[in-house]
Design a protein around this ligand. Structure first.
Ligand code: SF4
Length: 379
């Protein structure tokens, strides 16, 4: 049934076809074991967490903390910092003290950096046991991690596969990535260490998808998803969305990191958007906006950008639709918590699908932001 609401300047077609209130499509999750990264649970049906990595010299405590706080503001769950020298390992203590989220030390080869980072309070260490060297060193790192109750992430990358695996498989294959990850995992397991998270990243999206599928089918380790060195924000966002998104839609993946040649908070924003797109997380304002067309009479590009910027800090699930005209406005607004259908010089504001009031074009942004801030989600 169609209901026409007439106004001298705006004519709205109100579409009464409604989705059921409990309409929701969710993806069955792979059964993985749960490990704790500080206060964030990873795996075991916990919410999929979003990670990033700082791009500062870790020894520069002020710059690193400032970057982590920006990521916190963007909604990150876990942040990794590189620990590639002694000053970096020593800086961890102060960094951990100044931030409110779990910090992960990223270490290649040097077991003393791992020991120092653990002593200084990291919540996880990314290190490959097979790269540490002598058995005693491996045991020392695993014992220290176990004593503190922190997990390790085994991070395998198609660009740094062991030579013998490259010789065996000819080039980086999903099987080679899987075998490499399991070599490291088996070393940890042989030392009674089970709090393991695994990643098998590649710059190739099809390859990382196949490698994660393989490890997901054969183990119950929680998986950290990522497309490595994905590129600039445009290409990197697409690659990560396809790679990470495909796997999440298959129920694979417990924590994600989007790698971009850009600021870390951009990585967090894209990661969160991937989760939200798949219905995995609703912790922020979701903006639905139309592409615009010849029916448009307001500057919707500017309005949408401004609203997006102004509600970035809001940490509650609110669905907002911003439409350029009345054709789809009411229908979309019905599925949103707050909506606006613009027309020449004004917009009709919706709340929970019901028209609330008209606002002048110049007030659309401020009125929308006011409504979003005041909106109380149902749960
Ligand atoms: S909502 Fe209106 S302005 Fe926007 S694309 Fe659709 S028809 Fe065009």
């Amino acid at each position: 049934m169609l209901e026409i609401i007439n106004n001298s300047e705006l004519s709205i077609v109100k579409n009464n076809i409604e989705l059921p209130s409990d309409f929701n499509i969710s993806f069955p999750r792979r059964n993985s074991r749960k490990v704790m990264v500080g206060n964030i649970a990873v795996g075991g049906n916990s919410p999929v967490s979003v990670q990033t990595m700082t791009k500062t010299k870790t020894a520069d405590i002020d710059a690193t903390v400032e970057q982590i706080k920006r990521c916190e503001e963007a909604g990150v769950d876990i942040v990794r910092v590189t620990v590639n020298n002694t000053p970096a390992a020593e800086a961890i203590k102060e960094i951990v003290a100044q931030v409110n989220i779990p910090i992960v030390a990223d270490i290649h080869f040097n077991y003393t950096f791992a020991l120092k980072s653990i002593e200084n309070g990291v919540a996880k260490v990314r290190i490959n046991p097979g790269n540490i060297g002598k058995v005693e060193r491996v045991q020392k790192v695993l014992a220290a991690a176990k004593e503190r109750g922190i997990p390790i992430r085994i991070g395998v990358n198609s660009g740094s596969l062991e030579k013998e695996l490259l010789d065996k498989y000819g080039y980086p294959t999903a099987e080679a990535l899987y075998e490499s990850a399991m070599r490291h995992a088996d070393i940890a397991l042989a030392n009674n260490f089970e709090d393991i998270i695994i990643s098998v990243k590649s710059t190739s999206v099809p390859l990382m998808i196949e490698a994660y599928r393989l490890i997901a089918a054969k183990t119950d380790f929680p998986l950290h998803l990522g497309v490595t060195e994905a590129g600039t924000i445009r290409v990197g966002t697409i690659k990560s969305s396809v790679g990470i998104g495909t796997l999440l839609a298959e129920g694979i993946g417990d924590t994600i990191r989007v790698s971009l040649t850009d600021e870390p908070e951009r990585e967090v924003e894209v990661g969160k958007e991937i989760l939200r797109t798949l219905g995995y997380a609703q912790r922020n304002v979701e903006i639905i906006s139309c592409p615009t067309c010849g029916r448009l009479d307001v500057d919707l590009f500017a309005i949408t950008k401004e609203v997006e910027e102004k509600v970035k800090h809001i940490k509650k699930p609110v669905k907002v639709s911003i439409l350029g005209c009345a054709v789809n406005g009411p229908g979309e607004a019905r599925e949103a918590d707050i909506g606006i259908a613009a027309s020449k010089g004004q917009g009709l504001l919706f709340r929970k699908g019901e028209p609330v009031r008209y606002v002048k074009e110049e007030d659309i942004v401020s009125e929308l932001v006011k409504e979003i801030e005041a909106f109380v989600p149902e749960n």
